[in-house]
Design a protein around this ligand. Structure first.
Ligand code: GAL
Length: 374
């Protein structure tokens, strides 16, 4: 099985598939040591292999960043977990070192994370009390499509792993959301009500620690019609039972959350599977909501606005504040469902229009452009 994609292979795969996203005048791939991001281009790691960390998230630890994402393989079958969650690290966000597989799939067919399951959108936090690293991910059981809608948890003593799988399941079985209404309870055919005994569905997800230090698991639930935010236990390895519905019926997924200017912002997508759609943005004073819609954050051509530059949100990376100004990098995936390993990354700086975060395409850009050398 091919589970690496190197520059030669991609050059052979050709400019055709890279299309408009090819780097003007500089070949397909960004070069190492080059102090620019090249949205949509190949991104070689320290071995010259295109980074394989899709649907990812980044954790700052010590003086490095750690990027965790889905390891995809070649072909249409490559969206299923054949390998696990891949980790990379970087001191500068441009050059990434391959740190290997942080969470490996299991060879035991009875394991929930058996090879052939679906492991998506992994995110990692560090428990400051124990120094342990806790990974959450969206898990679908082998052979069951997207029906299980489970959240999985794994822990490690070292940031790059190996992560040990703890458990997976639905969220808060038997419980009502904290912001449930009488009308919600009366909708006996709704997913919220029907799923309550066994727990709420959990698909696309992120983790976020709020200003008070509370950690949240935010996920697409109720058959992707409604996001939910479930509070984590202090050791980050479980839900504490309290959860809130966010933007009921809003049909959001791929949530990415950040805190700026004293408020919480979220960029999310609509529900079109691997195909891109217009992004949405929201603002709130608390993770529990209420969240207010700010509209499509993309500024550019109608096509860019309709497709989020061909990508789907996965994470917003806060950069260390310089001269008191907060700066953020929006991260998205351009999925390539017919050849999953060829998925691309779109990183763009978040700009502001009044109090709204906005995104503009750049063929290449650097942290220096943002005044945020790291
Ligand atoms: C997307 C989702 C991806 C993946 C895909 C499968 O909507 O954001 O993470 O689950 O659907 O079709």
């Amino acid at each position: 099985m091919i589970d690496r994609i190197d520059r030669r292979g991609l050059l052979a795969a050709g400019a055709a598939s890279a299309g408009l996203l090819a780097l003007p005048g500089s070949g397909l791939a960004a070069g190492r040591g080059d102090r620019f991001f090249h949205p949509g281009a190949l991104w070689p790691d320290d071995k010259g292999v295109h980074i394989n960390a899709h649907g990812g998230g980044i954790l700052r630890h010590g003086d490095r960043w750690y990027w965790f994402g889905e390891h995809k393989t070649a072909g249409a079958g490559g969206n299923v977990a054949q390998v696990g969650v891949h980790a990379y690290s970087s001191a500068d966000l441009y050059d990434w070192r391959d740190e290997g597989i942080a969470l490996a799939v299991s060879d035991d067919p009875a394991s929930p994370i058996a090879r052939g399951s679906i492991i998506e959108r992994p995110k990692v936090l560090r428990d400051p009390a124990t120094g342990r690293f806790v990974m959450w991910f969206h898990l679908e059981l082998k052979g069951r499509g997207y029906a299980a809608a489970h959240a999985g948890v794994a822990v490690a003593d070292r940031v790059t792993g190996p992560y040990r799988f703890l458990r997976a399941g639905r969220v808060a079985p038997g419980r009502w959301p904290q912001n449930v209404t009488d009308a919600d309870r009366a909708m006996v055919d709704s997913h919220l009500v029907k799923d309550r005994p066994g727990g709420q569905m959990a698909r696309d997800m992120t983790l976020f620690v709020d200003a008070g230090g509370t950690a949240w698991h935010v996920y697409a639930s109720e058959e992707n019609r409604t996001l939910q935010a479930a509070r984590l236990t202090p050791d980050l390895t479980g839900h504490d039972g309290a959860y809130w519905r966010l933007l009921p019926g809003g049909a959001n997924e791929a949530p990415a959350i950040f805190r700026a200017r004293g408020r919480y912002y979220m960029i999310a997508s609509g529900l079109t599977g691997w195909a891109p759609n217009p992004a949405r943005s929201y603002v709130a004073d608390r993770i529990e909501g209420p969240w207010t819609a700010l509209g499509n954050p993309v500024r550019g051509t109608p096509e860019q606005a309709a497709t989020t530059f061909g990508g789907q949100s996965t994470f917003v990376l806060p950069l260390p504040a310089k001269d008191g100004t907060e700066r953020f990098v929006f991260m998205a995936d351009i999925w390539r469902p017919k050849n999953a390993i060829d998925g691309r990354y779109v990183w763009l700086p978040i700009e502001w229009e009044d109090d709204c975060p906005v995104l503009r395409w750049r063929d290449r850009w650097s942290l220096r452009d943002m005044g945020a050398g790291v």
